[in-house]
Design a binder for this molecule. Structure first.
Ligand code: SF4
Ligand code: FE
Length: 482
């Protein structure tokens, strides 16, 4: 059993032969690319923290498969304490990086596949569960980052996968061979794809019999033949290419997403965890989404802590921190942020074991968690921008500050409360800009809306799980209606 260090992790990515395209160019070495490196640094924190005694308890867990210490990101939750620890770990990492650290999608895919493959084998006599656990042992032993790839291209939303004009708009099996399957299609919005060793592909929605070939789940190395990655743009991303420090806001960290193309990729049977069992596709989607909706209760609260810290700092730097309306706005942000976290903890504490022994979150509370996340970060960003003032979007470039003629003017006229430097004020404005308008907003805002399913997906789950009949019965009883 090897736990990798940050350096081991980076060296392991260097050895891979991924095909990666950034802004129309194929990139030989994405590891050192300035647009990719911040996201790699963030993912690498999942390797750095377990090495530090203060965080080892939270970041490591005893594997139920081998008894060995493994990184919690590769662990199957063995109780509600594990589910709670997961959320705490994610909040910690959000605080440390101020961005998406990417490794959660694989963890959520492992936990969903574990129980679903078990239940599928029980119902259908298939042999996926043992195969999946064998694979997970390999992941744990090598301490790998695994991308969880769910979202298909989807084409015309009114049509089922097999009804689409182009059959490849959802990932599907194009050939079944004695030694494995061949798959084709694409997965969109793939968090941390370039920083992953492996990709687990799962179906994106409930499927019916005519879409049997689309009911497919499997694992492939991220550099398997036929896999292409196309790096996604983010607001103000090219500031990372300017070589400066100040204008990027978050100097060290950031997330990324990519389009993954699967162009007739071969998958050996030992890495296939669903191949045609359409009746279990919906269950896999529901469980993966449930875990990922729980995840946001940790990571978004951690980034929210950074946002609140930035807003409060700016209030101090600018001399508004004692104004009653500013104090009230900070308290409002704290309330919203802790509500997100409370839901993440609640759905974990109310988790229950599945038939495989792996614990599942309370799905109602996980969906409430995520539905709050589709709204609260936007309100927190609005309040933080209110506190920051308009300089957030009118601040001149770092190059203006270093220009010998105009730099001193900026230094003089942008000075605020005496005990803080102009540079401190500007750095904090740039961090807040990053989180609410720049690359950080991609994860903190838009991903909060659509990641782990758009708001309507959570509303459908709430309507399904709420048991309105029972609520009406309670009301009728008290009203004396029989
Ligand atoms: Fe993890 Fe949050 Fe990033 Fe999803 S958005 S991978 S839960 S850090
Ligand atoms: Fe996400």
């Amino acid at each position: 059993m090897t736990l990798m260090t940050k350096d081991d992790y980076i060296a392991s990515l260097r050895r891979m032969k991924k095909r990666v395209f950034i802004m129309g160019q194929e990139i030989e070495n994405p590891v050192d690319h300035p647009l990719v490196r911040p996201s790699l640094n963030a993912c690498a924190m999942t390797y750095e923290l377990p090495q530090q005694p203060a965080y080892a308890d939270l970041m490591l867990a005893a594997s139920n498969l081998t008894g060995q210490q493994v990184n919690r990101f590769t662990h199957l939750h063995q109780g509600t304490a594990d589910l709670v620890a997961k959320v705490k770990m994610q909040r910690l990492l959000g605080q440390m990086t101020g961005c998406c650290f990417q490794r959660c999608v694989g963890m959520d895919a492992f936990n969903a596949l574990d129980s679903v493959t078990y239940e599928m084998d029980q119902a259908l006599g298939t042999e996926y569960h043992a195969r999946f656990r064998q694979y997970l042992k390999y992941v744990q032993e090598h301490d790998l980052v695994v991308d969880g790839a769910m979202t298909d291209a989807k084409g015309n939303r009114r049509l089922k996968p097999s009804q689409q004009a182009d059959p490849d708009l959802f990932v599907h099996i194009v050939d079944r061979r004695p030694d494995g399957i061949v798959v084709r299609g694409a997965k969109l919005h793939q968090t941390g794809a370039l920083n992953s060793h492996e990709i687990i592909v799962m179906p994106t929605q409930t499927l019916s019999e005519e879409d049997r070939d689309y009911a497919v789940a499997f694992a492939i190395p991220a550099d398997a033949p036929g896999v292409l990655m196309i790096f996604g743009r983010q607001p103000s991303d090219t500031r990372k290419l300017e070589g400066g420090q100040l204008d990027v806001g978050n100097r060290e960290f950031g997330g990324h997403e990519a389009v993954i193309i699967l162009d007739d990729v071969f998958v050996p049977w030992e890495r296939v965890f669903m191949a045609g069992e359409y009746a279990f596709s919906g269950l896999l989607v529901e469980r993966f989404a449930g875990y990922h909706r729980q995840s946001y209760g940790g990571c978004k609260a951690g980034v929210g802590d950074v946002l609140i810290g930035a807003a409060q700092s700016l209030a101090q730097y600018q001399g508004t921190d004692q104004a009653s309306h500013v104090k009230d706005k900070i308290v409002e942000m704290i309330h919203l942020n802790e509500t997100i976290y409370a839901c993440g903890i609640a759905c974990s504490a109310e988790g229950k074991p599945t038939a495989s022994g792996t614990y599942l979150v309370d799905l109602m509370l996980a969906n409430v968690c995520k539905l709050n996340v589709t709204r609260f970060p936007y309100e927190m960003a609005r309040l933080a921008q209110d506190i920051a003032g308009g300089l957030l979007v009118t601040l001149p470039s770092e190059k203006d500050f270093t220009n010998p003629e105009i730099g001193p003017y900026l230094e003089k006229y942008l000075r605020s409360v005496d005990r803080y430097t102009t540079e401190e004020r500007c750095r904090m404005l740039r961090l807040l800009e990053n989180l609410t308008l720049g690359p950080g907003a991609a994860a903190y805002l838009t991903e909060s809306m659509h990641g782990a399913g758009s708001p309507q997906a959570q509303r459908i789950m709430l309507a399904r799980l709420a048991n309105l009949e029972e609520k009406m019965r309670l009301a009728r009883r008290l009203a004396g209606i029989v």
